[in-house]
Ligand binder design. Structure first.
Ligand code: SAJ
Length: 426
């Protein structure tokens, strides 16, 4: 049995490597020639713990190869991006399924009777049916599932990925898997495939429910974080330590509030709720509001920094604005990873540097060089920052920051590293 994985990114590559580690023949397909070349040399083009060993062993033993054009296989897993279409301010973002369409067009010519096609990309409800219909358009000589009791030539299912960046290799194996076949046969074929390496349970449903399940998980987390973020804004007004408050409330046996922060980043939680909202805008009120709450948190943090700079200058009349050094701790989108994409910490640091040019320093222990958009900022170590900063802004709760944090009098602590110490004792 040969398995083909279309899209060798954060989900596709670990999945391909995992099948290969179970001695399945895997053909990885990606349009990015650099990624293909890197993988064929046994290397990886993304950062994820333990993935390098897995890929290099798979390539060396001959179970994994990467190509730019699909080849015949028995199962095709599609793990391509599902971003938004460009939107204007205030508009509900619409999903862009063009990568799924391209993947369908690319695999259609090599499909044969009995093949299985699985969509793993997080997708709006109905995308799997759309995929089946694109495949049917491209291959009129084969039948594809249309209704639940079909027996099509090619089986199609949605099995959404649910792994946590930074823990992908472990979670791929251990998490339960939602298997949403377009027909019962599509589901049983898919479940059988995943049991190759999944030790969690493979739970069967239909494709629309599987699509919605994935969106529901991430929307639920977004709403819970929005609640914590809203509390942090309310507590500031009422002069209450939000970290202590949450720790106290969480002592209740049925309460488990998440932690506030500078906003919600990453490629999933801030994106997926819109896939629900764009389908049912009038009914998805809570989901939409949570998005606005979380998206507005960076501006609230920036306002606090502005006020701190003004206050510092008021209390130090001999100083001018350019003398006030602002240290931003953390740039990644969450703790203990090096991924700066879609990071509220980057947005905040960039905006502070625009309003306060030349005097912003950043501390990000997980990277060596700053991205081009942050070129005006100096990357320094914690030691330098604690000696030179007048205003300290904590944006990420990296492990390195947690012990013995030394900071200036002016502190904006969005992650409770200093202000949350009290709550640890509760
Ligand atoms: N965050 C908070 N407070 C919290 C927890 C998180 O502000 O208490 C912030 C983080 O700092 C980060 C953002 O939320 O900016 C997202 O981080 P995350 O750890 O909640 O999630 P991701 O984006 O790394 O991964 C999520 C996971 N989904 C869920 O936990 C429901 C993962 O399982 C999914 O596979 C992944 O999205 C995905 O690919 O969809």
């Amino acid at each position: 049995e040969t398995i083909s994985v279309i899209g060798l990114g954060y989900i596709g590559l670990p999945t391909a490597a995992m099948f290969a580690s179970r001695k399945k023949k895997v053909i990885g397909v990606d349009v990015n020639q650099h990624a293909v070349d890197t993988i064929n040399k046994g290397g990886i083009h993304i950062v994820e713990p333990d993935l390098d060993m897995l890929v290099s062993a798979a390539v060396q033993q001959g179970y994994l190869k990467a190509v730019t054009k699909p080849e015949p296989a028995d199962a095709f897993l599609i793990a391509v991006p599902t971003p938004f279409k460009p939107t204007k301010e205030g508009e509900v973002p619409e999903p862009d399924l063009s990568y799924i369409k391209s993947a369908a067009d690319a695999i259609a010519p090599v499909l044969k009777r009995g093949d299985l096609v699985i969509l793993e990309s997080t997708s709006p409800v109905g995308a799997t049916e759309q995929l089946a219909s694109w495949l049917a358009d491209a291959r009129s000589d084969l039948s594809f599932p249309q209704s639940n009791d079909d027996t099509p030539d090619v089986n199609v299912a949605h099995c959404p990925e649910r792994v946590l960046p930074g823990k992908v290799v472990k979670e791929l194996v251990e998490n339960d898997r939602v298997i949403g076949g377009m027909t019962p046969k599509c589901s049983s074929r898919s479940a059988e495939l995943y049991t190759t390496f999944v030790t969690g349970e493979c739970v069967i449903t239909n494709s629309r429910t599987a699509e919605m399940a994935k969106l529901t998980e991430n929307s639920c987390r977004d709403i819970q974080i929005a609640f914590a973020n809203e509390l942090s804004i309310i507590c500031e007004k009422l002069d209450i330590n939000v970290w202590e408050l949450i720790a106290l409330a969480n002592r209740h046996p049925r309460i488990n509030i998440l932690q506030p922060g500078p906003g919600v980043g990453g490629h999933c939680i801030a994106v997926d709720p819109w896939f629900i909202v764009s389908k049912t805008p009038d009914d998805a009120k809570l989901i939409q509001t949570a998005r606005y709450v979380n998206d507005n948190k960076p501006s609230w943090v920036i306002e606090k920094v502005k006020r701190a700079i003004a206050d510092y200058l008021l209390n130090n009349p001999t100083k001018s604005a350019k003398d006030v050094v602002v240290a931003c701790y953390g740039l990644a989108f969450k703790a203990d990873i090096d991924d700066l994409r879609e990071s509220p910490a980057v947005v905040i640091t960039k905006r502070i540097s625009q309003m306060h040019p030349g005097s912003v320093i950043a501390i990000e222990p997980n990277i060596d060089t700053l991205p081009i958009e942050l070129q005006d900022i100096k990357l320094v170590d914690m030691n330098y920052a604690s000696r030179n900063a007048h205003i300290t802004v904590i944006l990420v709760d990296h492990g390195e920051f947690k012990d013995n944090f030394q900071c200036s009098n002016y502190l904006i602590d969005t992650k409770g590293i200093v202000n949350g110490r009290l709550s640890i004792e509760i």
